[in-house]
Design a protein around this ligand. Sequence first.
Ligand code: ZN
Length: 477
Amino acid sequence: MIKRIKLPGWIVIISLFLLLIVGVVSMMQGSSEAKEKTEDYSVYPGLNIKTKTKETDLYTFSVSQPYTEHKQINKVIDEWVDQQKTDFTSEINIMEDFLKKNEFRAHLNIQVETEKIADQIYTLEFEAYQITGGANGMTKVKPFILDLNQNKMLQLGDVLQVKEASIKEIQKLIMKELNSNKEINDYIFEELAKEAIKNPDNWKWSISRDKMGVYFDEYEIAAGAAGRIKVEIPMKKIKPYLNKDFVEKIDITFPEEKNNKEEEKHSEDMVELDPNGKYVALTFDDGPHPKVTPQILATLKKHDAKATFFMLGSQVDYYPTLANEVAEAGHEIGDHTMNHQDLTILGIDQIQAEVQQSNSVIKKAAGRTPNLLRPPYGALNDNVKQIAANMELPIIMWSVDSLDWKSRNATAVNEEVMANVAPGSIVLLHDIHPSTAEALPELLTTLEKQGYQMVTVSQLLELWEDKGVGPHYGNIK
Ligand code: ZN
């Protein structure tokens, strides 16, 4: 069953002066301490991740980008990401009329897979997908190998013995893997493939503890039907050609297994709410964030307020303990997909993958399966609703947009929310902007003064389902 009922508008305007308690406290602590605290949360020591999203009438984009303490390393990644944005923007300029005429929003998605291969050495496998109209989008792949001990990106020569004989053997291995892959071998243009791997300087490669990867963009060596290609050569085959120093590092470092909590914990206590009470559900999207989320948790705790966090799988992958802290504090966790893609431009299988991946990443980290779905940008179509229904995930939108993503200003956030809030409101906030964390103490105080109690989305909908609140889609169980 699908419901969509809008709240009546409600106007209460209160101007506020903010006490920047959080800011003052963190200033007193000093920035170095704050830095250490941030690193504690990442399962990839020395690495953190930021997911940036943007939405206009013409396009949406979402970029997940790891960063380090090393400027040089960040710069190399920045340059590649900026190049993708530039390409995308110039494509948008060309396609502007088409986009407007067809009411199609272009989308750029940059996502990353992170793997620790030795102490302070990481492989980042970036994938940039852009669609600016027409039927097919385009995917580009870019691997980086970071050595934080040496403060540099590893080059092929740091990993491989770049001797003619070794290179020849590896070229043979690559061709063999390409030809033995039944899914793609019909589409491969052998001459193009040989040409592409002729010069090792041009390889797009990565290394992990168990394999070497070699990448080809869509159309580079095969017909479009093959998509982008990743050849994987098992470690035991590639090991003889690796630098001994490098092999030793991999062998010595044994990344501790992540402390996954497999068992399902009890969901937060469902307190019986008063049908005549004033309740509001604050929701925080796009986290967890190593600095902002802990601040928000602390403020919520101080006010004994409960909230709902719509988490991104890509962020939870980096900060699983933080996801767990949110759950432990009794807040609700919803699913905001793996990579913050505009789901309406994806095929049904891709939509399912986006939701299922984040669902399992969150479950592993927080010990709890998210029971709500909020699609990125609130972008919905029938396929998204179908997948959500199949997975028994109610789709949760919002009735009050704090516009924190736009204003990045604590005072403005307070004003925007208080001008529009009403009993039963679902308020959209983001636990990735420091200004949102700054806004929260005042926001909670003001809401409390007006008699509001902060509850989770499920609690709110349980109470309000008969009366109708929303908009939301699907039933809360
Ligand atoms: Zn979002």
